[in-house]
Design a protein around this ligand. Structure first.
Ligand code: SF4
Length: 478
């Protein structure tokens, strides 16, 4: 690894911003250990408390019918497919009841984009959930869905969002971000909204006082430069959201025309501001991005998964390649644990205005998910009662609350359940904590003797020739 051409210390201390060029330099020149150390220092500065958090929620995919044909998706179906579905209120009601019974606090509700559902389906559903389960937080409908709703209902996203908010929608998930670069999006997100539209919908949500999360999908056909540009757009638009109360738009004397003429952000992202102009009559405090989550592409059962895997000998360097197969997305560069952690650490150093970074244990597994807490993540995301989208693409990691708490505690923090606004609901530092409570039926692990060595030997059992059973807490066995 080469020495950096810039001083990282002021960036870690929050005194200076990491530029896009410097982020790229970190990717190429910093060791994974250094990146982890620096990102962890930033995470500790932003979250000095002794807890690390998680939320209990349930993914409800209300329909798998989708007008888009993303090449990385194994979940979507056409109307005529035998296993296509759309859930009714009764089915959704049952799922939420199960969630409430285990102490869950929120639903993450996303679909495919189903062109046969009228706006009343969504409004009635939101009203039904809010009136039946008033304590459940509704985190629902990602920007690509809103962009399609505009087309389906022939309405502007702002009007749809206001109606949904009045019906009970609380916050918007950052699904469908993938990579904003048009070169990439055109090839992997066929029929899905542009990066500009994704950012525009989130801009509207923030202007309307709603919090959102944001995401990035790595490890497919994207260049590293395009990942950094993706994060730069998120950081810039977060600056915009955070300045809504103090920036030019807050001034009664600033007209929209002046705002558009003078604003460098508008010049840099014209497509994000071309539609749905900001309201001058904003009543509520603005929202913002509360969390960033990234994860690697999962290839099983997906059209993109059939693409050839990149190797340097055959194709040469991947980034900014002129090789036609790479440029056209016929070759994928998959991301493993090293790549995931590297980008997590760079994201923590780069996204200085987004408070929370979540670990993606769902795609990376419990151990890398735990390690993520040392690479910039301060939150373990959700104990998911149900997940249908990445599991359709071959990822099957599942953790319950006890296991998530144990991962956090073993990493040196106190586990704490939070809500969607990152308020602590339960701090688990007593013997009644989910991971410290004795189990009524502890899972049993078989221990066998092999070559005079016990695999998993325990005190008092070493003299026994036979395989013996131990009562050990086993991660992932419940
Ligand atoms: S990823 Fe989402 S938008 Fe794309 S095809 Fe799948 S369900 Fe549709």
């Amino acid at each position: 690894m080469n020495r950096l051409t810039f001083d990282i210390d002021p960036i870690i201390a929050g005194q200076r911003r990491l530029s896009a060029e410097q982020a790229l330099e970190l990717y190429h020149n910093a060791s994974l250990h250094d990146l982890g150390r620096w990102a962890n220092a930033v995470s500790q500065r932003l979250h000095p408390q002794e807890t690390r958090t998680y939320v209990i929620d349930r993914n409800i995919n209300y329909t798998n019918v989708c007008t888009a044909k993303c090449t990385f998706c194994a979940f979507r179906r056409d109307h005529e497919d035998q296993d296509s579905y759309t859930l009714d209120h009764h089915q959704i009601d049952e799922k939420i009841r199960e969630l409430v019974s285990i102490g869950g606090t929120q639903i993450l509700m996303q679909g495919g984009m189903n062109d046969r559902l009228p706006i009343e389906y969504y409004e009635d559903l939101l009203r039904y959930i809010k009136s039946t389960f008033p304590t459940i937080h509704i985190h629902a409908f990602s920007p690509p869905e809103f962009a399609e709703f505009e087309r389906f209902f022939n309405m502007d996203a702002r009007d749809i969002l206001r109606r949904f908010k009045a019906a009970g929608l609380d916050t918007i998930p950052g699904g469908g971000g993938e990579i904003f670069a048009p070169r990439v999006r055109r090839r992997i997100g066929i029929g899905k909204c542009s990066g500009d539209d994704w950012l525009r919908i989130m801009r509207i949500a923030h202007e309307e006082g709603m919090n959102t999360s944001c995401t990035m999908l790595i490890g497919h056909i994207e260049f590293i430069r395009e990942r950094i540009e993706h994060m730069l757009a998120l950081r810039d638009m977060q600056d915009y959201a955070l300045s809504l109360d103090t920036g030019p738009l807050a001034s009664p004397t600033c007209s929209l025309n002046e705002f558009f003429d003078d604003n460098p952000l508008v010049q840099r992202y014209p497509g994000v501001f071309a539609k749905s102009p900001p309201p001058k009559d904003r009543q509520q405090a603005p929202g913002s991005y509360t969390a960033f989550i990234h994860w690697p592409f999962q290839r099983e059962n997906t059209p993109l998964g059939r693409a050839k895997e990149w190797d340097e000998q055959t194709y040469g360097p991947f980034d900014d390649s002129t090789n036609d197969d790479i440029l056209r997305g016929r070759v994928v560069r998959m991301a493993g644990a090293d790549e995931y952690l590297r980008m997590l650490a760079i994201a923590r150093l780069f996204l200085d205005n987004i408070p929370n970074l979540q670990s993606s244990w769902v795609t990376m597994g419990p151990k890398i998910g735990q390690l993520a807490l040392f690479f910039g993540a301060n939150d373990m995301g959700s104990v998911m009662m149900e997940e249908n989208v990445v599991s359709a693409a071959g990822t099957t990691f599942k953790l319950n609350e006890r296991e998530i708490c144990r991962l956090i505690r073993d990493a040196g923090w106190i586990p704490a359940q939070r809500d969607q606004y990152y308020n602590i609901l339960h701090r688990h530092d007593g013997p009644g904590s989910p991971d410290l409570r004795p189990l009524e039926h502890p899972p049993i692990r078989e221990v066998h003797k092999r070559d005079a060595q016990y695999i998993g030997a325990a005190p008092g059992l070493d003299d026994d020739d036979q395989g013996v059973k131990l009562q050990l807490p086993i991660l992932g066995s419940e």
